[in-house]
Ligand binder design. Structure first.
Ligand SMILES: C[S@@+](CC[C@H](N)C(=O)[O-])C[C@H]1O[C@@H](n2cnc3c(N)ncnc32)[C@H](O)[C@@H]1O
Length: 462
């Protein structure tokens, strides 16, 4: 059979019987129909399903689950009433121990696909004791339906809002704050943004809650700086939400799917709210990036610390540093921390966080890791440990080239995307590194995301 013959076998509308072999990166079940990859939302590895083909692309097809012929013993009733409709979670129909196993397999499969390694030093996924109510921040779009203000997540791959009053992965406080804010906005008649016409004012409600400090922040993302009945709204919110220490208006005037605009105006209270992770305290401004699952963040950063094997004498790079959290975690065992990030406000926050925690041997720079680090190394910098925590796209090529050239003693790669992690590692393994340890960490239970802490060290011989 030629390659082309296998490609045209499936047709849209066709009903197929499909054994499900593995989990896809978006949480779908993946099967092979006459060698063609077929994705089926809601199907679990080990199941045999009947599915209707809904679209056929050049390299894969997508099919809708109709019936389950052989049911996985790990299939459970999803606890959330809007799970089928909401695009936020993908794995609620799978029991938690199996979710952790499947996440480990996602990492393994990526390494088997992109590297020549067959024996992997991979450990079990680090899970949560209680895999619910873990998110410290909710940001939900609002819409007007008749006189009702509706708030929720978008349905998967659409801009259709699913009306949602309570989310099971959110901390109850963020649920409570947003629902109170929604009701108050509805009661007062604040003009709601209309995405199609680009009219109205309020676009998103955002709540962040410090698990350790109990301080919360509410952000009203608006199309304009003018918020009708602002005083009345703020007065009622302050009265009803004693845990909120900061109310901010973020102005986003653009037609965009990005939530935040560039400008903020404080409506009430402080500019930032505090959160603690272990001994460190962080001041978080309205749009600052901060890890969303504080319980797992502590485990993630402890793994990074273990991997770094610091003695107190090392120069450590915290590349893609955000607000500096990883570098500050390592600071008590390092001689010097150098961080960089492309977002100026994040770098500013990192500097403030260092100061606030009495750390004076950490410095933070604005710029691209793949630009700054090769330049510094060329100028003579020799880091002992490099920690990288890039976005989903992985490392920039000039950074990989530099790491291959210099061969730093320890390289700790924190990744939210197993595919780019494995692809980047393939290059590093060919360039004088060996893989010591791979630990998947479940930062987002009930979803298909998996974080990995990957430890590499320079080989003695090239
Ligand atoms: C996954 S976050 C990690 C943040 C931080 N390490 C933490 O644990 O909170 C990735 C960060 O990389 C930054 N970033 C994106 N591209 C970058 C680049 N080319 N160079 C440096 N930083 C970059 C983003 O602004 C973001 O703060």
């Amino acid at each position: 059979m030629t390659k082309n013959e296998t490609m045209i076998r499936l047709k849209k509308g066709e009903t197929i019987r499909l054994p499900i072999r593995r989990l896809g990166i978006n949480g779908e079940g993946v099967g092979f129909y006459q060698k063609q990859v077929v994705f089926v939302d809601g199907a679990i590895p080990g199941e045999v399903v009947v599915a209707r083909v809904e679209s056929v692309e050049r390299r894969f097809a997508k099919a809708r689950l109709l019936r389950i012929r052989k049911r996985s013993p790990h299939r459970i009733q999803p606890p959330c009433p809007v799970y089928a409709d909401c695009g936020g979670c993908q794995l609620q129909h799978i029991d938690y121990p199996m979710q952790l196993k499947l996440k480990k397999e996602l990492v393994e499969e990526a390494f088997v696909r992109y590297t020549s390694l067959r024996e992997l030093p991979i450990e079990e996924t680090v899970g949560m004791d209680e895999p619910w109510q873990y998110r410290n921040k909710a940001q939900l779009p609002v819409q007007l339906r008749g006189k009702k203000v509706v708030m929720g997540m978008y349905s998967a791959r659409s801009h259709r809002l699913v009306d949602m009053r309570e989310c099971g992965v959110q901390h109850p406080e963020t649920n409570r704050i947003l629902e109170t804010a929604r009701k108050t906005v509805e009661e007062i008649g604040i003009p709601i943004y209309d995405e199609k016409k680009h009219t109205g004012v309020l676009r998103h409600l955002v709540a962040r809650f410090g698990f350790r400090t109990g301080e919360a922040q509410l952000v009203l993302v608006c199309r304009t700086d003018e918020l009708p009945q602002e005083r009345e709204l703020v007065e009622r919110l302050v009265r009803r939400l004693p845990q909120v220490k900061s109310i901010v208006l973020n102005i986003n005037p653009k037609r965009t799917s990005l939530v935040f605009g560039e400008k903020n105006r404080i409506l009430w209270g402080k500019e930032t709210v505090d959160e603690r992770l272990n001994e460190n305290v962080y001041a978080l401004s309205a749009t600052a990036f901060f890890q969303l699952n504080p319980i797992q963040t502590v485990k993630l950063y402890d793994l990074v610390k273990e991997a770094a094997e610091l003695t107190g004498k090392e120069t450590v790079i915290d590349a893609y540093c955000g607000v500096g959290t990883i570098g500050l975690w390592l600071a008590d065992r390092a001689a010097r921390i150098i961080g960089m990030d492309t977002i100026p406000s994040a770098v500013e926050d990192a500097r403030c966080n260092a100061k606030r925690n009495g750390i004076d041997h950490a410095e933070y720079h604005i710029g691209q890791a793949e630009d700054l680090l090769p330049r510094w190394v060329k100028a003579g910098l020799r880091p002992d440990v490099v920690v990288v925590d890039p976005p989903r796209t992985g490392l920039g090529q000039p950074l990989i080239d530099m790491l291959r050239e210099v061969r730093v003693p320890r390289l700790v790669y924190v990744s939210c995307n197993p595919s780019t992690l494995a692809k980047d590692c393939a290059q590093l393994l060919q360039g004088g590194y060996e893989l010591e340890r791979l630990v998947p960490v479940d930062m987002f239970p009930q979803t298909a995301h998996v974080e990995t802490v990957c430890t590499l060290s320079a080989t003695k011989e090239r």
